[in-house]
Design a protein around this ligand. Structure first.
Ligand SMILES: CC(C)(COP(=O)(O)OP(=O)(O)OC[C@H]1O[C@@H](n2cnc3c(N)ncnc32)[C@H](O)[C@@H]1OP(=O)(O)O)[C@@H](O)C(=O)NCCC(=O)NCCS
Length: 170
């Protein structure tokens, strides 16, 4: 079963296995963009936990030009199999390119429906945040992500700067 779990300091080993599985591949939704580099080590883990918790904290205004985001681990049992982020709002960049939700599944766990189910759970989280229409985007050549969005009822709007843009009714 695919679930979303909050990042936990107690699950370093599961996180480490997941990050090793990704290797140099994209970890959309992990929050790694906030680090100089994502490495499979304790320092990256601690830095990521701190950075993602800070970005989720609505008691503190986000930095100029940024928005609050909730970060989730996609899990199956005790394994961390991927990442998913739900942005609370759209800024100019997110409206054009990034969308409300970003996600990735580790290579060993792909093609088992995890992304499709995780996106559905992410849309439910967005609804809880009061977002009625969820923007989800993918690169024009990302067939797997386009299918993931379409399986979740994404309605194609257009392509902007190489990104296919879809809206999902939450
Ligand atoms: C895109 C990604 C999240 C898909 O994860 P996944 O768990 O393998 O996806 P699912 O198993 O839910 O499959 C979703 C759909 O895509 C299809 N699909 C998956 N991988 C595919 C591939 N390599 N080529 C063609 N179709 C593919 C599946 O068949 C399924 O379609 P279907 O339901 O019509 O059969 C994963 O490939 C990934 O993490 N890629 C790198 C990061 C990334 O691109 N993130 C998205 C950024 S927008």
């Amino acid at each position: 079963m695919t679930t979303l779990a909050l990042p936990s300091p107690d699950r370093y080993d599961a996180w480490l296995a997941c990050v090793r599985d990704f290797g140099d591949g994209p970890t959309d939704g992990s929050g790694a963009w906030m680090l100089p580099e994502l490495r499979p080590d304790r320092a990256s883990f601690d830095a990521l936990l701190a950075a993602t918790a800070a970005e989720a904290d609505t008691a503190v205004p986000p930095p100029q030009g940024k928005v609050h985001s909730d970060y989730w681990w996609v899990t199956e049992g005790s394994a961390v199999v991927g990442f998913l982020a739900v942005r609370h709002a759209l800024n100019d960049f997110l409206l054009r390119q990034g969308g409300h939700i970003g996600y990735s599944i580790a290579p060993s766990y792909r093609r088992r429906g995890h992304a499709t189910r995780a996106l559905a759970l992410g849309v439910a989280r967005a609804r809880e945040l009061g977002i009625a229409r969820v923007l989800v985007t993918c690169s024009e050549d990302n067939v797997a992500s386009a299918r993931t969005i379409e399986r979740n009822g994404g309605v194609f709007e257009d392509v902007r700067e190489g990104k296919r843009r879809y809206w999902i009714e939450a």
